[in-house]
Design a binder for this molecule. Structure first.
Ligand code: ZN
Length: 62
């Protein structure tokens, strides 16, 4: 099964262990954490949990 990283757009290959899976996977291209839900090798949802980019520029507010 293959998913598109919602952070960087990279195609992430997942093996059969993820055909029925709900939880987090890591994009090996950008290291973003994605939460996916797959049922019988059909991807039901992909949610970006967080990006791996540690940008100090996000220190805005507060
Ligand atoms: Zn990515």
């Amino acid at each position: 099964m293959r998913i598109n990283c919602v952070s960087c757009g990279h195609k992430v290959d997942l093996d059969e262990a993820y055909d029925n899976y709900e939880g987090e996977v890591k994009c090996f291209a950008c290291s973003a954490i994605l939460e996916i839900k797959a049922v019988e090798a059909n991807l039901r949802s992909v949610t970006l949990v967080r990006t791996a980019a540690r940008r100090s520029s996000e220190n805005s507010g507060k």
